[in-house]
Design a protein around this ligand. Structure first.
Ligand code: APR
Length: 257
């Protein structure tokens, strides 16, 4: 019995390694590679995702805390939720996978990252071209007069220093709001003109970002640790953890240099 199980595991494992080698070749051959990341890119930096078993939305209804309606109807709850998420971030740092993507940009292996994540871990790892499709939780503004506010003013629950309203919020895209136009336009332009789109760590559940993979101009690859996006065509599907798969890819690409 044991021998069969090992054989099965070995066969499955070989499959993943073959797919990783296939993706490495696509990266090497591509003149323009764009990466699209979701919360699965940040879980190995101890930031929970949303829809896997320990995700945020397993514990609470997103529209109850992360929507523009909640901002207006229950500011205290809204404020508390984002204060807690901001404070959680202070313990978190980019992992090896974020640094690898930043190194690949430096080497000209990738040409931009469109992310759904609000952590800014890609930028902190050194990535320069990052399109924040859902904004970020490290900068703040007044929802009424739109002027910037400091994180201290937000955490101290101050009123806006310009218009006096109690309306400070992080510059994230809330449920019920449209995405930042520049991040969206840049992402679509880059994805449509890419030779390769790598999608990493997303359930592909949330519109309109989940429409992006179908706009890809060239080949597509999906790296995720659970089966998702069964109705999508990906040229390469790799079931695995972002940090581990990116590290293996990096090793193969270094050998190809
Ligand atoms: N490596 C690879 N995949 C992972 C890892 C990991 N280390 N950890 C989690 N995943 C996978 C999960 O299995 C899941 O399929 O990443 C996916 C994350 O999916 P979601 O939790 O739905 O996150 P995301 O797709 O980014 O959500 C999109 O929804 O609530 C909104 O604004 C929020 O930006 C978010 C959007």
């Amino acid at each position: 019995m044991k021998e069969n199980e090992n054989l099965e595991a070995a066969r499955e494992n070989t499959g993943v390694d073959d797919q990783i080698k296939e993706l490495a070749a696509l990266i090497k051959d591509s003149n323009k590679t764009i990466v699209l990341t979701g919360a699965g890119m940040d879980t190995e930096s101890n930031i929970p995702d949303f829809r896997s078993k320990d995700g945020w939305w397993r514990k609470m209804d997103p529209r109850a805390v992360a929507s523009i309606d909640t901002f207006y109807q229950n500011y205290d709850l809204f404020w508390e939720f984002y204060k807690m998420r901001y404070n959680l971030l202070q313990e978190c740092a980019p992992h090896r996978g974020h640094y690898i993507l930043a190194e690949w940009e430096e080497k000209g292996l990738i040409h931009g990252i469109a992310t759904q994540n609000i952590s800014r871990l890609h930028a902190l790892a050194g990535s320069k071209k990052v399109y924040e499709l859902h904004g970020n939780i490290r900068t703040f503004r007044c929802n009424h007069c739109h002027r910037d506010a400091s994180v201290e003013e937000y955490l101290e629950k101050k009123n806006c220093q310009y218009c006096g309203k109690k309306a400070l919020r992080p510059k994230v895209t809330l449920f019920g709001e449209s995405l930042p136009a520049d991040a969206w336009d840049n992402s679509i332009r880059e994805v449509q003109s890419s030779d390769l789109l790598m999608v990493i760590g997303t359930s592909l559940e949330v519109y309109p970002v989940n429409a992006i993979p179908k706009m890809a101009g060239g080949k597509t690859a999906f790296i995720n640790n659970e089966d998702r996006g069964r109705d999508y065509h990906f040229d390469v599907r790799i079931k695995g953890k972002a940090k581990e798969v990116l590290s293996k890819l990096d090793g193969i690409l270094n050998e190809m240099e």
